[in-house]
Design a protein around this ligand. Structure first.
Ligand code: HEM
Length: 413
């Protein structure tokens, strides 16, 4: 079955783990003709790709374009439409850096700069507010016989935290969530011709954010956008780069954390003995979070581009090819984690790749861990009296993000 593996194919969404195992055993670097990509599935090789940016570049913009736009004329048409909608020109576009798609010095300089908005101190200060947001969500479900934990807690928590970090008005949070959903959906389905829709979504966001960015530049306050705009020298971000970074935070920070929470709750429902242990000893929640990240990684795949021809696990990957590293498989690799399909609170999860590794290691990892811990500390005591409304599970249709579209629960007592 692994011969026909195609990361974009929805066939694998419900349970990709058997095909991952077959790939690791039989064809650790597999060429998927349908998606024109080289799929890397073993832990050792995935880590190698992450740690060798000189061989595997993060400049993968063109792969985000729908296949049918990847000829010169259509590609130029898409670029022109984008610039028109963003009210910008080719020069400003060409000079705009996007953290996650930069390599080398440019990436390091930018990363050192944006790190200032995510210091351990900044994140620790968010705990109090995160606790309040979680408490508000829990108030909303208290006394209800059935509710969907995805829509009541897992979705609103990260979107509210990021929106507040960015200074978005409470009344606009729902729009923010819609933009975030749309962008993840559009980026996850690059074969479906979504470029037009993606440009429109980014255009709406740009119309909304640009006045906020301009206001912070004129009068900085104590928030993330002010941190991003108040700098001088090489690291200074243009308005457009600040906007790109905001888009990145939305795409990288919301859906991921939402699904870490959903995957943890789902794992607990399937492992009542683990639920009992974390309920009695909440000190085990950080271990639960790490094992969930490993066992059912919210980000399953990351894309790179080969800089030149390179050999990996005995297979030659040509130059300038799309390389998809399957984190979800690397984290289940028996060569790295013994008995990898077992959900085990006591295992040594160090070395899991759920947040990537190397230069692009997730900027929001501590924030995601904080949100997940605070949410699970509040929710786990309730979970012991809850069960699934329906046995079947509906997964998101995305090759990047793995998670449950909903998790409806009902009280048992
Ligand atoms: C469970 C939650 C999360 C998971 C599983 C996750 C996963 C990842 C992964 C795998 C990467 C590496 C991408 C690459 O190498 O190309 C990454 C990068 C990144 N993440 Fe996260 N992420 C999560 C939460 C967050 C949050 C909450 C934020 C911010 C609010 C965030 C912001 C970023 C940014 C900005 C990058 C790019 C870093 C760079 O290129 O230097 N992430 N994340």
């Amino acid at each position: 079955m692994y011969e026909s593996y195609d990361p974009y194919d929805a066939t694998w969404r419900d349970d990709p783990y058997p095909v991952y195992r077959a790939l690791r055993d039989e064809r650790p670097v597999h060429y998927s003709a349908a998606s024109k990509s080289w799929c890397v599935s073993r832990h050792e090789d995935v880590e190698y790709v992450f740690r060798h940016p000189e061989l595997f570049s993060s400049k993968t913009q063109e792969f985000l374009m729908p296949m049918e736009s990847r000829n010169l004329i259509k590609g130029l048409g898409v670029a022109a439409r984008f610039m028109w909608r963003m009210k910008t020109g080719p020069r400003s576009m060409r000079n705009s850096r996007m953290l996650i798609q930069e390599d080398g010095e440019i990436h390091s300089t930018m990363r050192a700069f944006v790190n200032r908005g995510f210091t351990p101190r900044t994140i620790a200060q968010l705990e109090k507010r995160t606790t309040e947001i979680v408490a508000g969500c829990m108030d909303g479900v208290r006394g209800r016989d059935t509710f969907d934990v995805v829509s009541e807690l897992n979705i609103p928590l990260p979107v509210t935290v990021i929106a507040e970090m960015l200074g978005v008005e409470p009344k606009d949070r729902l729009r923010f969530k819609r933009w975030s959903d749309d962008l993840v959906r559009q980026a996850s389905n690059p074969v479906q011709g979504l470029a037009k829709e993606m440009i429109e979504t980014m255009g709406e966001m740009h119309d909304y954010m640009q006045p906020i960015v301009a206001a912070r530049r004129a009068h900085p306050i104590d928030d993330l956008i002010s941190t991003l705009v108040t700098t001088e020298g090489d690291a200074a971000l243009s308005d457009f780069e600040v906007f790109f970074f905001i888009v990145l935070l939305l795409v990288a920070g919301n859906e991921t954390t939402t699904n870490l929470l959903g995957n943890a709750v789902d794992a607990l429902l399937g492992h009542p003995e683990v639920l009992d242990r974390v309920r009695v000893d909440p000190g085990l929640i950080p271990a639960l979070i790490e094992e969930t990240l490993r066992w059912d990684s919210p980000v399953q795949c990351i894309t790179r581009r080969s800089v030149r021809e390179v050999e990996l696990a005995g297979t030659r990957i040509p130059a300038h090819a799309k390389v998809i590293v399957i984190l979800g498989s690397a984290n289940r690799d028996e060569r790295r984690f013994p008995d990898p399909d077992r959900f085990d609170l006591d295992r040594d999860t160090r070395g899991h790749l759920a947040f990537g590794v190397g230069k692009h290691f997730c900027l929001g990892a501590s924030l995601a861990r904080l949100e997940a811990r605070v949410a699970l500390e509040a929710f786990i005591p309730e979970l012991a009296q809850l069960e699934r409304v329906r046995p079947e599970r509906e997964f998101l249709d995305s090759f990047i993000i793995r998670g449950r579209a909903n998790l409806e629960l009902r009280r048992t007592g």
